[in-house]
Design a protein around this ligand. Sequence first.
Ligand code: TA6
Length: 338
Amino acid sequence: MRRWYTDAHFVLPLSPLPVPSSPSAMAEQKPLMEVCKGINGLDKVVLRDARGSSAEVYLFGGQVMSWRNYHREEMLFVSSKAIFKPPKAIRGGIPICFPQFSSHGSLEQHGFARNKLWTIDTDPPPLPSNSLIKAFVDLILKPTEDDLKHWPHSYEFRLRVALGPGGDLMLTSRIRNTNVDGKPFTFTFAYHTYFSVSDISEVRVEGLETLDYFDNLKEKERFTEQGDAITFESEVDKVYLSAPTKIAIIDHEKKRTFVLHKDGLPDAVVWNPWDRKAKAIPDLGDDEYKRMLCVEAAAIEKPITLKPGEEWKGRLEISAVASSYCSGQLDPQKVLQG
Ligand code: TA6
């Protein structure tokens, strides 16, 4: 069943649009935001902008599962073996890690936000409005009575997913402590973004050079990055600390650079499972490690503590730009300084 939102909050097609000349042209004019059924009948929200880029967010997990550019090319990786069956988290897109990144204590690995059903927030507190942003959706997650038994804190987690005027993908998380018992709570967080790449051995990451990192493959020991860029010849699982606001992922073969702009998220996780680990992950194809790379804007080293009434905001904006890096024309530092 298809529900198109027409109230002021969910603006329909960009205006003014040329008046469609025929029913078929009208049919082609799709709404900016649409709720419909996705894989296995799971509810999803489709965002479109007038120039053809799009994004899809599943209410299960509040998880962005697709982000396509004007040429309808898919920018995110979703495993061919992903299981779209709650409560198992879906392998791919942008899983939300909250209230913890990684696994410690009684909570599940990467927390529960990606295993829960979110709802559309039809009355969100206003965000600074950017009139150029027309295609967006506000989701909200709040604990049920049962959830409170597992994590005894009340919160409101609002997630806005938007398409920027240039087709960029923009995620804004706002987490508020709504405890009535006066108790603060502490959390760590990550946008666990799976980027689609042509061939992991043709990819380099710029912006994390000289940083300290925790190496998850060496008992989370702390090291300092020595390389002048990160390239991939084996499994990598590192949490880079106090990373810059801009990080570039350069895909030589596709001549495409993803540029991440992050705010409120000091750290960055870089993960590729490589062959042996990929074979051990049931919902990941044995060879799919070659076509994916996780670079995750995160807050891990310094957990965030909120007192009742306090709100934290973490923003991620991702753009995909053509890069003729291999011809030497693109200076990655310029991309990062731009
Ligand atoms: O972000 C890197 C990481 O923490 C890896 O250690 C690996 O566990 C990955 O997340 C995937 O975790 P998941 O729980 O989604 O299988």
